[in-house]
Design a protein around this ligand. Structure first.
Ligand code: GKR
Ligand code: MG
Length: 430
């Protein structure tokens, strides 16, 4: 089964004004939808974070990917390595999100090829990963401090017609009380049974108070996580970690780098998790030597695809690391891939991250609307491959959003400066 074409579409999806250590989410999040077409006309889908570098590289890869066999992932990876370099660990960047090229390119092609193989064999993607380990996959509520606003064309305005979670997600959340209100609305709408708060946005005492307010509101049976995205000093991480011992399920990237994480781990009795310091197979030996974290947040978009994430799952099991999942703003194609992976991994005892509730129903690019989250669980879509189909009208509309919005790269610092003109990203703020 040979690749005959690659269709790469840049899209922009409405995103509310969410805060993080790097600044503020823009009114639109950028994604790329990849369609890999075979000679016999089967189309495989994937979705990855949008950036000019990834888009241009996929365009550049087209001529040498055409003619490749969709089963030959090693050959495809080798071609991508030959053309784009095989060690991009250094390009991760200091932002909360990963910016490496090669892993994203390979993930985009691999997921689409698995979708094709599944469609050809009439089997779901989780069967291509070794079969199901569970029927439905647990996800966590993902809370954000935020300004008032719906994002998109409305930016900091709200849509008065919205109701339920669609209304709640437009509300301001800058205090512990407002975070509890956001959590209640999100958990009521989706039934989440674990809660993560994106930290690193407000002073640590406010974020710590929010965690205690969540604990008071939800009780000891709802696992809580806080993720300051590595913007706290070691001293701050230890101080607030000690306060939150006993109320956190895990403490995600409170400090920057494997050494600091290892040092913090010796002082604070809470499991540490990361999507920032151990983010590639090359990082594993040092992670094990230092003991930099107890849980690794996989992400098929930047670990190099679904099969690489299965390998990571095994490594986690061997070395006593827990396995969870990281997310960025995304639509249903990514959600389907995450759910197939979550269903397949043999080793999982944490609910996974997803930004999905922050994206609106109107922006969903798959036919039939958003994939349901029920009681906090997602069932991998039924049907061969990923089990999702492109809604071409929506794709057109979301591509037009991309052309109209003028954004080319995610830059949360620039967005923040539109609100607070002298705001600057800092490697360590508190
Ligand atoms: O969307 O603002 C955000 C998050 O901060 C995201 O960019 C991170 O990559 O969710 C991520 C994380 O867990 O660090
Ligand atoms: Mg994180």
């Amino acid at each position: 089964m040979k690749i005959s074409d690659l269709i790469i579409t840049q899209i922009a999806i409405t995103d509310p004004p969410l805060l993080n250590a790097a600044g503020l989410h823009a009114p639109y999040a950028l994604r790329i939808i990849v369609e890999v077409v075979t000679e016999e006309g089967i189309i495989g889908l994937s979705e990855i974070p949008g950036s000019e570098k990834i888009f241009q590289s996929l365009e550049k890869a087209k001529p040498f990917l055409i003619g490749q066999d969709v089963f030959h992932h090693h050959a495809i990876k080798q071609l991508l390595q030959e053309n784009f370099g095989d060690n991009d660990t250094d390009q991760r960047g200091v932002a909360p999100w990963d910016q490496r090229l090669l892993v994203h390119l390979f993930s985009a092609i691999e997921v689409a090829c698995l979708d094709i193989i599944g469609k050809k064999l009439n089997r779901p993607v989780f069967d291509l990963l070794g079969g199901k380990s569970r029927d439905k996959v647990p996800f966590a509520a993902y809370l954000f401090y935020k300004y008032k606003g719906a994002g998109g064309k409305l930016e900091f305005e709200t849509d008065p017609k919205a109701s339920g979670w669609a209304k709640a997600r437009q509300e301001e959340a800058l205090t512990p009380e407002q975070i509890v209100a956001q959590a209640k609305a999100m958990c009521e709408a989706f039934g989440f049974q674990s809660i993560k708060l994106k930290g690193g946005a407000l002073p640590p005492d406010v974020e710590c108070d929010s965690m205690f307010a969540l604990r008071d509101a939800f009780g000891p049976d709802v696992p809580l996580r806080l993720d300051p995205n590595a913007i706290w000093s070691l001293e701050t991480g230890i101080k607030y970690g000690k306060k939150m011992e006993g109320i956190l399920e895990y403490y995600e990237d409170p400090v920057r780098g494997q050494e600091n994480m290892a040092a913090l781990s010796k002082e604070v009795n809470i499991p540490l998790a990361t999507n920032m310091c151990t983010t590639s197979f090359d990082d594993i030996p040092k992670s094990i030597a230092l003991g930099s974290e107890q849980i690794i947040l996989s992400d098929h978009h930047f670990w190099g695809g679904l099969r690489a994430s299965m390998e990571l799952n095994k490594i986690c099991q061997v070395f006593g690391r827990g396995f969870s999942m990281h997310s960025n703003s995304h639509l249903g194609i990514s959600m389907a891939a995450m759910a197939h992976l979550g269903a397949a991994v043999p080793y999982l005892d944490n609910a996974l991250d997803t930004h999905y509730p922050w994206q609106s129903e109107e922006d969903e690019v798959i036919k039939g609307g958003k994939i349901p989250i029920v009681d906090g669980y997602v069932t991998p879509p039924a049907g061969p491959g990923l089990g999702v189909e492109l809604d071409r009208e929506k794709l057109k509309k979301l591509h037009q959003n991309y052309l109209d919005c003028g954004l080319k790269e995610r830059n949360d610092e620039i967005e923040m400066q539109k609100v607070v003109p002298d705001w600057k990203f800092q490697l360590q703020r508190w």
